[in-house]
Ligand binder design. Structure first.
Ligand code: ATP
Length: 476
């Protein structure tokens, strides 16, 4: 049983029937019956009548064969209209295939097209019952889990309002909460996940990372950094065809190269399909053609002064935390080095993150730390007080507070929302006793005009370029 793949797709395809005129749809519905009556008469006169087709088939998905192992996370990427939703809907059974089949082993739950599974006239509570039962829970099981579902969604009294009155963020909270509580074996999620506030997204990402330890995930979207971050393998769909299947990084790089080439008006890089023997391993040999005579103008720019607008949000009241409770994080802030509020910051400038904690019992040698995570919950950078204070024998008595501040040059960050996690512990770094770990202590938004394609940038001190001759080449 455990050797069975979670998803087994054989020659799966979908052709939509496209009618030129609305009347053609009616003709097509009537034609088979009409022709079955006319055919025997025609046969008597020695003619053969074939039923005409009033539609053109549009192949949204060409025959695809693919297996996904249990516990694997597969990314599905491709441009708009490439067939991603069609594939996922075929898997979920909401579309019927034209050829082939998709077999799934285990309970499958999908978060596709936000709220599409909700009846807008029903209240949130009624939709929980409806969706959870569609996903296989008995009414008793829904009753047992409803408090957990509501706690996870955290939408307060809105739960008794019709979902047509919900914001997209609230719909997302409820929809995700339901699929998180139905004991799914296979989860199919698309970029609907990007809806909602940063704190809830972090909660979903934490849940998703945990789910990956036991379940199979299909993650669909245009966002290659999310696919690289979450998925082991990826499939790139192009005009309904699987253009490349392989390790997520290779597939995303090939896809990004093709998208960039198209934007630059140069031919797409050649993509070599892996042979079936090596399809699970490395692949994708790329040759990037350069447009002949493409003159590039070169600017010198001072990277150290990229304006980044940093907007701090209020700390979340609902931040999840864990720890012994012997001490707790009571405040977290990010300011300029001198403590002034932060609004507009230039790349490479100094900032100060301050974490205040309070002891509930005597804490010997507290360790206070923080790290900054991106929207996918991936830690980017951070530090703690351990190395600097390991020999200081600090005793934090019950009711007393301590603050730690960290001054550093803020790396250049991509536009987006970032979250600061803060924690207080004691013991050692290898065997810490965690007193309070506050997942989402503070968030800040960055507007950055220039950077793309990296997690963080650094303030370059100097960038130079010059044309060299062979002699100079020899000394490099
Ligand atoms: N019911 C339909 N009838 C005809 N064509 C359809 C139908 N549904 C989808 N298509 C077409 O099938 C192709 C694939 O659509 P699909 O929604 O699967 O793409 P996608 O990769 O999910 O796109 P996006 O990234 O924009 O969501 C598109 O060209 C779309 O126009």
């Amino acid at each position: 049983m455990s050797e069975e793949p979670a998803i087994d797709i054989r020659e799966l395809s979908k052709a939509y029937l496209v009618y030129k005129k609305p009347a053609d749809r009616l003709k097509q519905a009537l034609a088979p019956k009409l022709y079955s009556v006319m055919r025997p008469v025609a046969n008597l006169t020695g003619k053969t009548l074939t039923t005409p087709m009033y539609y053109d088939p549009f192949w949204a998905l060409r025959p695809l064969t693919l297996t996904v192992r249990r516990g694997e996370t597969l990314g599905v990427i491709g441009r708009n209209g490439s067939g991603k939703s069609t594939l996922l809907q075929l898997l979920c059974g909401t579309l019927t295939p034209t050829t082939g089949e998709a077999r799934t082993n285990g309970r499958i739950a999908a978060l596709l097209e936000l709220g599409s599974g909700f009846n807008p006239e029903y209240t949130g509570r009624e939709n929980i019952h409806l969706n959870a039962s569609i996903l296989g829970l008995t009414p008793q099981e829904v009753d047992q889990r409803i408090d957990e579902i509501l706690a996870f969604a955290d939408i307060g009294e809105h739960v008794d309002q019709p979902t047509k009155t919900y914001s997209s963020g609230m719909t997302m909270r409820l929809a995700f909460s339901v699929i998180a509580h139905v004991d799914a074996d296979i989860l199919v999620v698309d970029e609907a996940l990007a809806v909602g506030d940063a704190y809830f997204q972090q909660k979903c990402m934490r849940w998703l990372r945990k789910f990956r330890e036991r379940g199979t995930v299909l993650f669909c979207g245009h966002d290659t950094s999310a696919v690289i971050n979450l998925c082991q393998r990826a499939i790139w769909l192009d005009k309904g065809q699987a253009k490349l299947i392989g390790p997520a990084r290779d597939v995303c790089e090939a896809y990004t190269a093709a998208v960039n080439a198209q934007a630059m008006g140069i031919p797409e890089p050649e993509v070599r399909h892996p042979s079936s023997a090596t399809s699970e391993a490395g692949l994708a040999t790329l040759k990037v053609p350069v447009k002949e005579g493409a003159a590039r103008s070169l600017h010198s720019k001072s990277i150290g002064v990229l304006p980044q607008i940093v907007q701090l949000a209020e700390p979340s009241d609902h931040s999840a935390s864990y720890g012994s409770g012997d001490a707790q994080v009571i405040a977290v802030s990010m300011t300029r080095e001198n403590g002034e509020p932060l609004h507009l910051i230039y790349g490479g400038e100094k900032v100060r993150v301050t974490v205040a904690v309070k002891a509930n019992v005597t804490i010997e040698n507290p360790i206070i730390g923080f790290f900054v995570k991106d929207r996918l919950g991936q830690p980017l950078f951070g530090d703690n007080t351990f190395d600097s204070y390991v020999d200081h024998n600090i005793l934090l008595e019950p009711g007393k507070e301590a603050i730690a501040s960290f001054v550093f040059s803020l790396p250049l960050l991509l536009t987006g929302t970032y979250i600061i996690t803060a924690a207080v512990a004691s013991g050692t770094l290898n065997a810490p006793v965690m007193h309070d770990w506050l997942h989402d202590a503070l968030s800040f938004d960055v507007m950055s005009p220039l950077l793309t394609g990296v997690l963080v940038g650094i303030a370059m001190e100097k960038i130079e370029m010059k044309v060299i001759d062979e002699e100079e080449r020899a000394v490099i």
